[in-house]
Write a protein that binds this ligand. Structure first.
Ligand code: PMT
Length: 413
């Protein structure tokens, strides 16, 4: 979401200024262009040369240096950017911005800004907790500026408390949210991800190759687009996306319980998890000792979670997946209909770059009107946004359904 975006980064004179280097490098790694404005005090913590090297652009430090390059001014810098990030934001710059003081390049550029502005406060926790800073931050918020709350913990000055600059990842995620249309705001989306584990003794279990990547990509994309997201995940070696609520489960029965508990709260359910259809009919309380000859396991059916959701979904939108190795469309269409899904995302595991473990997927999206949307191989994050676009399109049609009902009820003269 940051590719080709233009980021104006304001750096002020706090001990966290050194973190602006990593932040710049991460922005550039994600394909953004970065221009940096540094206050005089910031230059005492990190050199303009470092920031110029990392950003690949000249660094602007003084209002008066603009005399040599008149085409660059606080106005044109502000006009250039898609988003303006002040990180770290000291109590000083927060106070100046809140009071409309423009006595240096950074503070005047903030006043000239017409694009979204994000302040990332970082300072001693006593200062941050003080009434003045609190009042100034409140004023900035009321004026439409975005504030990323600092983290709590041990600060450079040795005290504990709120005032630590969030990680570069946190700041990047917040900037991506600012640049992403919040078109899913108000939606409560329940996503399942990952495999389930079906044990047959305290040491062994049956599972599958799901990594959880597809489901986690859906949860992250939905959260960035403003949805409230609950991720019910089987065991996965992935970090829960920021802003997403995670409920970890292991077996299919546990996944079913977790999903059904939160079904009422949800407006959209997306079932990307690879749920085991079967579990061992018996489980041993002790490790099964190996003996000569085969070990036979009787398997019994697990609950079909999506079928149960399909029966109870009401007006919720239900999106399922079909994981096949043959007859992809035929099998997917049967599941779409039988389980009362609104959309089904079919992926053929036999195709390289599709399905388990990969960062990419190749899917066909089937709807209830017989439509089939074939997507080329793409990152699972891009597949996730396509699926969410289709969910939005279904949501947009809902008024039609309502109007349709209204039209039916109109008495013809
Ligand atoms: O996790 P990754 O490594 O990224 O791999 C992604 C994926 C291949 C797991 C994913 O793209 C995918 O296909 N997920 C669905 C896997 C699956 O269980 O498909 P299925 O055709 O067996 O099941 C159909 C649907 O019913 C799925 O939405 C599944 O979540 C659901 N189901 C299945 C069995 C069951 N007992 N309860 C269910 O709810």
């Amino acid at each position: 979401m940051l590719k080709n975006k233009k980021i104006l980064l304001g750096v002020t004179g706090g001990i966290a200024a050194y973190k602006a280097a990593e932040l710049t490098r991460e922005f550039v790694k994600r394909g953004a262009s970065v221009k940096v404005i540094m206050t005089a005090n910031a230059s005492k913590f990190i050199t303009p040369l470092t920031m110029q090297t990392l950003s690949g652009n000249p660094v602007y430090t003084e209002m008066f240096s603009l005399v040599e390059s008149p085409e660059i001014s606080h106005i044109s810098l502000a006009d250039w950017a898609d988003v303006f990030v002040i990180a770290p934001a000291t109590a000083n710059i927060i106070g100046k911005a809140a009071a409309g003081i423009g006595d240096d390049l950074l503070s005047t550029t903030i006043m000239a800004a017409r694009m979204p502005v994000l302040f990332c406060p970082a300072m001693n926790s006593n200062m941050y907790a003080g009434p003045i800073v609190g009042e100034n931050i409140g004023r900035l918020r009321r004026s439409g500026y975005r504030i990323l709350e600092p983290e709590s913990g041990e600060l450079a000055c040795g005290v504990e408390g709120a005032g630590r600059l969030p990680s570069a990842g946190e700041i990047l995620d917040e900037v991506e949210r600012m640049l992403t249309p919040q078109d899913l705001a108000g939606e409560k989306i329940l996503v399942t991800a990952g495999p389930t584990r079906e044990p047959f003794d305290p040491v062994r279990f049956i599972t599958n190759y799901s990594s959880g990547k597809m489901g986690y990509a859906l949860a992250e994309a939905a959260c960035k687009r403003g949805a409230c997201v609950l991720l019910v995940s089987g065991p996965a070696a992935l970090t829960c996306p920021r802003g997403v609520e995670l409920v970890g489960v292991s077996s299919a029965v546990e996944m079913k319980e977790a999903v059904m508990r939160r079904l009422q709260d949800s407006t959209v359910i997306i079932k990307a998890a690879a749920v085991a259809d079967y579990r061992p009919a018996q489980t041993s309380g002790a490790k099964i000792k190996k003996e000569a000859g085969p070990l036979r396991l009787a398997l019994e059916r697990n609950p079909d979670i999506i079928a149960e959701i399909g029966r109870k979904k009401g007006r919720r939108i239900l999106v399922g997946f079909a994981m096949e190795t043959e007859n992809l469309i035929g099998n997917a269409r049967i599941k779409l209909k039988e389980k009362n899904m609104d959309l089904i995302v079919a992926n053929d595991l036999s195709r390289p770059g599709s399905g388990f473990q990969n960062d990419t997927n190749i899917v066909k999206i089937l709807d209830r009107r017989g439509g089939i949307e074939e997507l080329p191989i793409m990152e699972k994050s891009a597949v996730a946004n396509h699926i969410l676009d289709r969910v939005l399109a279904l949501k947009a049609r809902e008024p039609e359904k309502k109007q349709g009902r209204a039209k039916k009820n109109v008495r013809r003269p």
